[in-house]
Design a protein around this ligand. Structure first.
Ligand SMILES: [Zn+2]
Ligand SMILES: [Zn+2]
Length: 82
């Protein structure tokens, strides 16, 4: 009986880990703002419609998704500097 419970807990742990991994994969995939095709966050250009996906931050020069409001590296507002 204890063996059965251990097995059940083990299976649950594996399942929870798999779910976590799936969520991580979703986080590194975004949608193209132009054609809504799935694109990876580190891609510079959409391979479907060639829309630019990434831009470089004006403050830290890291590349960021063009539809991000703030730079994920330094928090800089992506808008034009006034
Ligand atoms: Zn596209
Ligand atoms: Zn930045």
């Amino acid at each position: 009986m204890i063996l059965l419970i251990t097995l059940a807990v083990l299976l649950w742990a594996i399942q929870a880990e798999t779910e976590l991994r799936d969520r991580e994969i979703v986080q590194v995939v975004g949608a193209c703002p132009q054609c809504t095709a799935l694109v990876e966050l580190n891609w510079l250009v959409c391979p479907h419609c060639r829309t630019r996906l990434s831009d470089s931050c004006k403050r830290c020069q890291h590349s960021k998704m063009i539809n991000y409001r703030h730079c994920p590296h330094c928090g800089h507002d992506g808008g034009e500097q006034s």
